[in-house]
Design a protein around this ligand. Structure first.
Ligand SMILES: NC(=O)c1ccc[n+]([C@@H]2O[C@H](COP(=O)([O-])OP(=O)(O)OC[C@H]3O[C@@H](n4cnc5c(N)ncnc54)[C@H](O)[C@@H]3O)[C@@H](O)[C@H]2O)c1
Length: 258
């Protein structure tokens, strides 16, 4: 029987996070989920009862002290961190992200914090532990919008900037820490059916656009499945992918091939 790996997933209670917790737990790994939702949230209880060996830590990943303490506690409790799947992030629309001439400095800063500061902080403290244990695997989460522009329905310039930054940060990390046996890759999802994309679901204009952008599902009137992202993460985290580092893997139904 294989030795269970310690898999840390941030944004674990979202659509992609839950699918990923499920996939790694079925692989007999120990899943440590981090999310901003309270420990008493129903979703935490449901996830604990549904997913074997799921351990939950509440933390706001935009706050350095919380991230540092949580990662240190996880390492003390489980002895090591084999894999980080850093999913935390979300749309900045609620803060006012949009076409750049409409974005206030406050909306800009909040969108940067939610998407870039969060993945930076978690990466920073997990790398610190992985340097001590001399190895590990990190998967950060980008987006197709960090690679190509969208039409007016996807004009969130600051979000796009954070996702492009995550791709750059991860490539730099991959080069810096290759000698320490730490692999760093990015998954850039297309439009996936989760809470984050509720705005898009049921919007005929967006569906028509997505039919063109994600041609693998053309005519099927559907978004990507969170499980497709989870299974890509499973591949990148596998020891059989030990030659794969510094990659930005779009999982997007063909969006960025156009
Ligand atoms: N769904 C898509 O179409 C899509 C496309 C491209 C990229 N992404 C990226 O995937 C990631 C998550 O997507 P999802 O679709 O599962 O979203 P989701 O909204 O379903 O999940 C996001 C999770 O992050 C948690 N979270 C939010 N702020 C947090 C914070 N400060 N600290 C800790 N946890 C926090 C939320 O509670 C939630 O559980 C994001 O990085 C997003 O940019 C998603």
């Amino acid at each position: 029987m294989k030795k269970p790996r310690i898999i840390v997933i941030t944004g674990t209670l979202g659509g992609i996070g839950l699918a990923s917790a499920d996939v790694f737990s079925r692989d007999q790994d120990i899943v440590v989920g981090i999310d901003i939702k309270e420990e008493t949230d129903d979703l935490v209880k449901q996830t604990k009862s549904k997913i074997k060996d799921f351990h939950y830590y509440q933390a706001d990943c935009t706050q350095e002290v919380q991230v540092k303490e949580t990662i240190e506690t996880v390492t003390r409790t489980f002895g090591r961190i084999d894999v980080l799947f850093n999913i935390v992030g979300g749309s900045g629309r609620k803060f006012g992200d949009g076409p750049i001439h409409t974005v206030s400095l406050d909306a800009y800063q909040k969108t940067i914090d939610l998407n870039l500061t969060s993945q930076f902080l978690v990466s920073k403290y997990v790398v610190t532990e992985m340097l001590r244990q001399n190895g590990g695997c990190i998967i950060n989460t980008g987006s197709v919008l960090g690679m190509v522009g969208g039409n007016d329905m996807f004009a969130t310039s600051v979000y796009a900037a954070t996702k492009a930054a995550i791709i750059g940060m991860s490539r730099s990390m991959a080069m810096t820490y290759a000698k320490n046996n730490i692999r760093v890759n990015v998954i850039s999802p297309g439009l996936i059916e989760t809470n984050m994309t509720q705005r898009a679901q049921g919007n005929e204009a967006i569906f028509a656009y997505i039919d063109e952008k994600q041609p693998i599902y053309h005519g099927r009137h559907k978004l990507g499945n969170p499980m497709s992202i989870a299974l890509a993460a499973r591949f990148l985290a596998d020891s059989e992918a030990d030659f794969v580092t510094g990659v930005n893997l779009p999982v997007d139904g063909g969006w960025t091939a156009q």
